[in-house]
Design a protein. Sequence first.
Length: 228
Amino acid sequence: MTSSRNIVILTGAGISAESGLATFRAEDGLWEEHRVEDVATPEAFARDPVLVQRFYDMRRSAVLAAQPNAAHRALARLDREWPGDLLIVTQNIDDLHERAGATRVLHMHGEALSAWCMACDARHPWREPLGDNPPCPACGMAALRPDIVWFGEMPYQMERILAAVTRADLFVSIGTSGAVYPAAGFVQAATEARAGTLELNLDRSLGSRLFDETRLGPASALVPAWVE
Ligand code: BJW
């Protein structure tokens, strides 16, 4: 597959599309049905918490109903077998990489199956609706919000991600449109660090020309073929 030693893989909504989870910017995507500024900003949550909680209750149910596909399974196999450094940085809030068996996974935009208490800062694994305003199991306050990075908020573990990208020999981007920063800037950081760069996507991303190579097609075919 490659003679590289240290690999960073960035995944986006496209890798979970064939598991039945909607992407954001497609014609039938999530942002067609919902205005970003109504559901994915801290201002929206302050203005209308019930609407935002319902949106993420719906997303949580969809995640629980979905199953990993061949692309998740291929990355999990690579994770298991790869002797060098490897980090799967996912922008996705689903747990399909983990359910396929991958362990070296970092959720930079948060997780659907986690709730975060704004009163005591505790995080809890969460599978139930938050729209009912349940109390935090740690402090008892009804201050739980989805553990999601919204626009204007700082993505998680940026230092760890940038350190991994800087050390990478190979950076692979899978199923992401390159519309959202800072993730969209990782390819440039990888190039500056002299890593090889590969894009696997259904359509060209906005930053496609920045990659050494782009392969177009569905993730369920492209990712297993690359991992082989
Ligand atoms: C297939 C397929 C198949 C389909 N097989 N492929 C620099 C310039 C301009 C603006 C900014 C900037 N830096 C920051 C900003 C502001 C903002 C931003 O980027 N705005 C842009 C819209 C311009 N960024 C932020 O606010 C971020 N925070 C931040 O910057 O903090 C400050 C800071 C950071 C670091 C250092 C210093 C300061 C936070 C961004 C949070 C994003 N949150 C969301 C929603 C929450 C999670 C959720 O609800 O799920 O995250 S937005 C949404 O977009 C979601 C996604 O993770 C993210 C990326 O979407 P993705 O995955 O790319 O999906 P799509 O739908 O866009 O694309 C799918 C792709 O798959 C397509 O290409 C298809 O072709 C493909 N595909 N089927 C393979 N079967």
